[in-house]
Design a protein around this ligand. Sequence first.
Ligand SMILES: [Zn+2]
Length: 211
Amino acid sequence: MVFKKVFDISIILGKESITYPGDEPFFREVMKSIESGVEVSKLSMSSHSGTHVDAPAHFIKGGKRIDEIEIERFILPAKVVEIADPFEIKIEELEKCSVMKDQALLFKTRNSVEGISRNGVFTKDFVHLTEEAAEYCVEKKVPLIGIDYITIEKAGNEGNPVHKRLLENDVIILEGIDLKNVPSGDYVLVCLPLKIWKGEGAPVRAVLIQT
Ligand SMILES: [Zn+2]
């Protein structure tokens, strides 16, 4: 099958990625250089570095882990929705888009349009998902939600209610995507996490396929 277009919506680890306050920064160190005959590097990072997914176990005790989630959950139809609100994603904007059953929702906000999602610096001033909108997505049975920032949760949101609401209802969260060059519309999303034993989250290479 030939695809019309494939959009790489992953950000570049180590160049564009943002370290969430308190998390381990992404770090790549060359352990053997090519001058020795072979180049080998070492990586260290938080499992929530760059473009990544959150498994339920991230916030829910006994929740599913990366290696326990069926691979089909990471290959699915997806809708890219442009969010006009410069502060938060509210129900009002979600109601305007027809959410189809079993379709992932990816929010394109000013985070990626303005580039604050890939400038390497954490800011509290990013567009986040409100608790009410998270509840709306749960009611609509959205299987996966993606946002163009390192976290979906409002900075300093006590108790992380948005993460919990989604993850306790088995909604996978895809964070740190870059939708700057992606028009709104329908796609196939592929975001395969590294198969980490007992992982509560994992980096992914995320692409949107126009069929
Ligand atoms: Zn995360």
